[in-house]
Design a protein around this ligand. Structure first.
Ligand code: NDP
Length: 283
């Protein structure tokens, strides 16, 4: 498709603050590579203006958008429909206009599962998820929907951990339990995949996730949601014990791939998107 053949459409990202947006850089590169004369705008929207901003999305006929902190939950009330995953998570990070309806989805967990599928299928596997915030919630729900056999949620604050385990058991119908996080967490022997879904390591290459690293076995897959820097202490320790590792860049790229397909109907080139992210993050 040549640029002149493609109708210009606009996709936006709303958050506050939004200084520096690797997703914009990645998606705009993918538009160019796909020959689409589309734009991805990053818009700083304070919470009190979100309703008006969504009215603006409708009025200006934007094709879709991404939502980051602090809008992922509050945006739901202004949308027309939700995907199953977004409804279960109670959070939306991606919207798409279908005719005159705005449909909310959550691509965080789908991006993770797609990244995981490059090394293993989630089906029938036992997972340990460290964290119970937005990322952990999205990942755990999507793993449950993808056939995981057991999910252990390990979180510093018990309330959030217990609430997520209950959601998984009661609504996603996957066997889940909460495990308290005291000192270095030791991973059970039968675990297949261990995921750091906390914010430990964000912007700090020396931050250590409190884990008894000798409990990791070479057969386990170990994944981190942190994408900046992508080589975390968590992944280095796991790699030293022979585990296969997945960095947070893969999740971010795949989340972008899924959003791109939802908005445009076109499969983007993931390698173009990963290269763009690496360039943006100066890796
Ligand atoms: P939230 O603030 O919702 O959750 C943070 C989580 O980290 C909570 O479970 C919190 O525990 C835990 N945590 C934070 N500090 C510590 C600590 N010192 N010790 C133990 N636990 C801790 O954040 P999100 O879930 O939205 O984001 C988490 C990370 O995921 C961020 O770094 C974000 O950049 C990354 N992310 C990556 C994506 C990707 O595509 N690669 C996509 C989305 C997010 P508690 O409940 O006890 O406070």
């Amino acid at each position: 498709m040549s640029t002149s053949d493609s109708l210009q459409e606009i996709v936006c990202c709303m958050g506050q603050p939004v200084a520096g947006n690797p997703t914009q850089f990645m998606i705009e590169r993918a538009f160019v590579a796909a020959g689409l004369d589309w734009r991805y705008l990053t818009l700083e929207v304070p919470p009190e203006n979100l309703e008006d901003a969504i009215r603006g999305v409708r009025a200006m006929g934007f094709k879709g958008g991404n939502f980051t902190i602090p809008h992922k939950v509050s945006v739901i009330q202004y949308l027309d429909e939700l995907s199953e995953a977004a409804e279960l998570m109670g959070a939306v990070n991606c919207i798409n206009r279908v005719d005159d309806k705005l449909v909310g989805d959550n691509t965080d967990g789908k991006g993770f599962v797609q990244s995981l599928s490059s090394v293993t299928s989630p089906e029938g596997k036992k997972f340990v998820v460290l964290g119970a915030g937005g990322a952990a919630r999205a990942i755990a729900v999507e793993l449950g929907l993808s056939g995981a056999s057991e999910i252990t949620i390990v979180n510093r604050s018990p309330e959030r951990g217990q609430e997520l385990a209950a959601l998984l058991n009661e609504r996603v119908k996957v066997s889940a339990k909460y495990s308290p996080w005291e000192g270095d967490y030791a991973v059970d022997e039968g675990t297949d995949v261990v995921i750091n879904a906390t914010s430990i390591g964000l912007g700090n290459a020396t931050a250590r996730v409190p884990l008894a690293y000798d409990s990791l076995q070479a057969a386990m897959v170990v994944a981190d949601v942190i994408f900046n820097p992508p080589q975390t202490v968590f992944l280095t320790e796991a790699g030293n014990r022979g585990c296969r590792t997945l960095d947070g860049l893969g999740m971010l790229v795949n989340q972008g791939v899924i959003g791109f397909k939802i908005w445009t109907g076109v499969d983007p080139d993931p390698s173009v998107m990963r290269e763009a992210l690496e360039e943006y993050l100066e890796l």
